[in-house]
Ligand binder design. Sequence first.
Ligand code: PDD
Length: 280
Amino acid sequence: RTVYVNGDYLPETEARVSVFDRGFLMADGIYEVTSVLDGKLIDFAGHCVRLDRSCRELDMKNPHSQDEWLAIHREMVARNGITDGLVYLQVTRGNPGDRDFAYPSVDVEPTVVLFTQSKPGLADSPAAKTGWRVISIPDERWGRRDIKTVQLLYPSMGKMMAKKAGVDDAWFVEDGFVTEGTSNNAYIVKGNRIVTRALSNNILHGITRAAVLRFAAEAQMEVEERSFTIDEAKAADEAFITSASAFVMPVIEVDGAAIGSGKVGNVVPRLREIYLDEMR
Ligand code: PDD
């Protein structure tokens, strides 16, 4: 694979980053994942806007303009021959000196790393036909989940809890309400109505979420942005998650209880189709 590090396109074995980089020592960095379908970057502008916001929230300088980011992404897609897959982008604060809790000067150049993942048939995942099963677990992440940081240890623990339970993912619950999935936003469907938690510091402001809610409203569905409980999910007709890598994925079971018929319903596949049609 060809990876990108601070302006250079290199074989992955030749890429180097300092061990003192605050991304490595303190998870002091942010990332974006953009999917590629048929060579096209999906909703690239949305990811760029969120990247810029993450930088600002952490007093980090965004090292590139949107046009520059786009050129780098396209170059990575081309050099790695990606038809369907993902582009991962990470910006960490760098670090010219020793380990220190205080940030270095804003003039220190951040470390920029990109790599690609080839995923042939990404949009035709068999899981979209059968749906995911999830468990609920306490949300024990930090309080600024709206910033897309590389601090992903608790989400990884959540994914492992799900794997141990023999299911596909975990939904985080805080104060009795679902926040989101380990790496996706969570929704339930009741009749013609889609319910998903409102935006706040407690969840990531999903780029896919914004697009799906827009398309749902255009398709005359009702959209209600409010918190919901696991009991409500169990009593829903359908459920799903969204993310840049899974698009719109049905969820058919939570904590061992079937949602609706326990099979993939009608609303979620329709939303998935609309999303993919509109974005490709
Ligand atoms: N995860 N919530 C969390 C906690 C996430 O990590 C993600 C994305 C989302 C969905 O956001 P978007 O629609 O912008 O991808 C919600 C990415 C895909 C990842 O970590 O791989």
